[in-house]
Design a protein around this ligand. Structure first.
Ligand code: NAI
Ligand SMILES: O=Cc1ccc(S(=O)(=O)O)cc1
Length: 258
């Protein structure tokens, strides 16, 4: 694969929101280097998406990070134009029942990987005057019951984004998207249970879960010249869920809406 086009790195790009970002950035003309542990899905990315190259990698392993970024720098001849820090994992557990291993895993995958990839890409993004979008969560804007490790890691992404926007804003823009409840495998539990899905969507003004492509569209805009003066923001992509408290809906009304 040769350079010439703008070069992007997307972490966790083999499934869900990350895959939607890879498709969208390819459509927008980027050459996309995809970091993911899912080799089966990754092979499909390379086979099906123009100018996309999957690199089997674990975002928690610095050698893997450097291998992914090295591939992108070679394609971009030293210049990088976009980094999407999307890889993430979640675990639903009461804080009192938490264990260190799970806590560290969620912070390593969700937050430390943003440090590692951003640090490894910094010279290339400076040369390419690029932009970075990190995928946080509404759970990083507010707390989240039974998701303390996840929520605190996502909050860290937002604070890191704002700090880097201050340090590098004259050359590289740093922004975050904060998805709400998006129809991916991370929401499999909600999608598989009609009653739970009705209860969840009753609290969302849009009345439905979001689509991965709806997050990817905001990511693509933040990476574009159209957002050339947008730096250091955290944009909720949640159908209005985090806008405020909604009047509780009686159970019967929830069931009627299905
Ligand atoms: N689905 C949702 O409702 C929400 C998702 N998010 C965030 O959006 C991002 C994408 O999530 P989804 O697409 O829903 O999940 P997903 O599970 O469909 O995709 C996550 C991708 O990251 C990859 N990944 C996980 N750990 C990895 C590691 N150590 N190294 C490399 N790749 C790894 C997985 O293989 C997968 O391809 C995550 O950061 C998640 O926290 C935020 C808010 C809501
Ligand atoms: O980021 C929002 C989010 C992530 C995971 C979950 S759960 O683990 O499926 O409950 C809920 C919200």
């Amino acid at each position: 694969m040769t350079g010439g086009a703008r070069v992007a790195v997307v972490t966790g790009g083999a499934n869900g929101i990350g895959l939607a970002c890879v498709r969208r950035l390819s459509d927008d003309g980027f050459t996309v280097v995809v970091a993911d542990t899912d080799a089966e899905a990754g092979a499909r990315v390379t086979a099906e998406i123009p100018r996309a190259e999957f690199v089997a990698s674990d975002v928690r392993v610095r050698q893997d990070v450097d291998r992914v970024v090295g591939t992108a720098l070679e394609i971009g001849r030293g210049r990088l134009h976009a980094l999407v820090n999307n890889a993430g994992q979640t675990a639903r557990v009461r804080f009192a029942d938490s264990d260190e291993t799970t806590w560290r895993r969620l912070h390593d995958v969700n937050l430390h990987s943003v440090f590692s990839f951003t640090h490894a890409c910094l010279a290339g993004l400076t040369a390419g005057r690029g932009a970075v979008v990190s995928v946080a969560s509404v759970a990083g804007l507010v707390g989240a019951e039974d998701l303390s490790a996840y929520s605190s890691a996502k909050a860290g992404i937002i604070a890191l984004t704002r700090s880097l926007a201050l340090e590098h804003g004259d050359v590289i823009r740093f922004n975050a998207v904060c998805p709400g409840q998006i129809a991916t495998r991370m929401m499999a539990r909600v999608q598989a249970d009609d009653e739970l899905r009705a209860a969840v969507t009753a609290q969302i003004p849009a009345g439905r879960l979001g689509r991965p492509e709806e997050v990817a569209g905001v990511v693509a805009w933040l990476l574009s010249d159209g957002a050339g003066y947008v730096n250091g923001v955290a944009i909720a992509v949640d159908g209005g869920e985090s806008a405020g408290f909604r009047r509780p809906k009686p159970a019967a009304a929830v069931r009627r809406r299905g």
